[in-house]
Design a binder for this molecule. Structure first.
Ligand SMILES: [Zn+2]
Length: 79
């Protein structure tokens, strides 16, 4: 699971991926992981504004890699 933060300042448009592990290190194990909880804590690195949006996405490297391995393993084993 990854969180991408993007600046909503049209003059800036900065975006950055926030690994949840890092957020947990910073805010502690009780870190609120929902967008409306996180958003007030974030600000743009580039322009320091607080209009930061968040996009949640699965960690594509890990999930797709594992899925492919599983599929290939089953396909090979079945034949
Ligand atoms: Zn910005």
């Amino acid at each position: 699971m990854c969180v991408t933060a993007f600046c909503q300042n049209p003059a800036c448009n900065h975006s950055k991926t926030l690994p949840l592990e890092k957020l947990r290190d910073r805010f502690g194990p009780d870190m609120p992981a929902m967008e409306w909880d996180l958003r007030p804590k974030l600000k743009c690195d580039a322009c320091q504004c607080k209009t930061v949006g968040l996009i949640y996405s699965p960690d594509s490297n890990k999930t797709s890699g594992m899925g492919q391995n599983n599929l290939y393993g089953k396909a090979k084993g079945g034949r």
